[in-house]
Design a protein around this ligand. Structure first.
Ligand SMILES: Cc1ncc(COP(=O)(O)O)c(C=O)c1O
Length: 383
């Protein structure tokens, strides 16, 4: 049996182990310590932002932002439709009503025209959302300028969920350098990993400072335990931050490799009937965190999409037989049973992308021979 090709496994550069050892040697085997400070400092600098707060996950970062906004029952929250559920779950857990905004066909990210329509409707009804959460999908920034202008016009904060897009750019700006605050994920399959972890960043230094405090049970600055408000246990540990410091150093190399992998797929799969790649917007540079293809057979997208197309499922099964992991594109939020009653603006683009899309193995350590193995199966199945 061939060895397994995973979708997006971690790729370590070498210094991570030494840094973890240094953290051990310092005996800061704790949720605070010099590696956390270092990781935050390096990360904020890479974003050209004044501060960043290292957390146990990106979901925790989103939850802290929901806390800051006092999101509660009766509030609405606008969110990208084509995303992972964690983008919206913290707001809904707090009682908010989600409204989903479909993707732009040209970027797969939140469609600014639909956001404009949704905000216009909300303004007319005097029901503006508490926040807009826009997702940088699969390593590509959304249209920051347009989204920022729309949100600023109605004074609604904008969160950029950049969990999947660290290292991408929008007109020379780093991913997430937009809106009120941005969040990042370092779980095992992300572009850099700390095995699990996240970051919250903002131009607003005081906001980051409040989040940091709340991530540590909101302890006041006294020598005794004093709490003027309630917080959480969301801080990143010093050991995991050590991995993050090392991973951040090799981010440019990881991105270079991911983009090479994408080019490798493009070269080998060009010309396969009906096969396309996720489009890249002219306004920035995508990392190709994952290489994502769509397969458009003759089959029409059914009125009620519930699963990926037969063609996608067949290709996934064929890859699996060869011990190759692949994943469908995120199932749109408006199709999720848990959001059955939620309003969606548009929906056809995300449905089509889910129906026809497939994420191919994209780990930074993927060898040329691995890409060939994947392409061999894709060609055999699709040609
Ligand atoms: C768009 C998006 N938002 C949020 C998350 C949640 O990140 P975490 O697993 O670090 O909580 C993920 C991935 O897991 C994601 O892809």
């Amino acid at each position: 049996m061939n060895s397994r090709i995973f979708l997006s496994p971690p790729w370590m550069g070498g210094d991570e182990r030494k840094l973890v050892e240094a953290a051990f040697n310092s005996n800061y085997v704790a949720p605070c310590g010099p590696m956390v400070d270092q990781f935050e400092k390096d990360f904020a600098a890479s974003l050209k932002r004044p501060d960043a707060c290292a957390l146990s996950s990106c979901t925790a970062a989103l939850d802290l932002l929901c806390h800051e906004l006092n999101i509660q029952k009766g509030d609405t929250v606008f969110c990208s439709d084509l995303t992972f559920v964690a983008s919206i779950a913290p707001a809904v857990q707090r009682g908010a009503t989600p409204v989903f905004i479909d993707s732009d066909k040209a970027t797969w990210n939140m469609n600014p025209d639909l956001l404009a329509e949704a905000l216009e409707d909300a303004k007319r009804k005097n029901q503006l959302p508490k926040v807009v959460i826009a997702v940088d999908l699969y390593g590509q920034c959304c249209d920051y300028d347009r989204l920022e202008t729309l949100c600023a016009a109605v004074d609604v904060p904008l969160i950029i969920d950049s969990a999947e897009a660290l290292g991408a750019t929008y007109q020379q700006r780093p991913a997430g350098d937009a809106g009120w605050a941005s969040v990042y994920s370092f779980n095992g399959n992300k572009i850099i990993t700390t095995s699990g972890g996240g970051m919250l960043s903002s131009q607003d230094r005081a906001l980051v400072e409040r989040a940091r405090k709340r991530s540590q049970q909101a302890r006041e600055k006294h020598i005794w335990y004093e709490h003027a408000e309630l917080g959480y246990n969301y801080r990143m540990s010093n050991i995991l931050a050590a991995i993050g410091v090392g991973q951040l150093q090799i981010l440019p190399e990881i991105i270079r490799r991911k983009q090479q992998i994408f080019k490798g797929y493009q070269n080998k799969l060009a010309g396969v009937p009906g096969l396309s790649f996720m489009p890249e917007a002219a306004y920035g540079k995508a990392t190709r965190w994952l290489t994502v293809i769509t397969l458009d057979s003759d089959t029409r997208v059914p009125a009620a999409v519930a699963t990926p197309s037969q063609q996608v499922c067949a290709l996934m099964a064929a890859l699996e037989r060869e011990n190759i992991e692949s994943r469908p594109v995120w199932k749109p939020m408006h199709l999720q049973p848990v959001f059955q009653k939620a309003k969606v603006y548009g929906g056809a683009v995300s449905e089509h992308t889910f129906f026809s899309g497939l994420c191919l193995p994209s780990g930074a350590g993927l060898a040329l021979s691995d890409i060939e193995r994947v392409c061999y199966s894709v060609l055999r199945e699709c040609e």
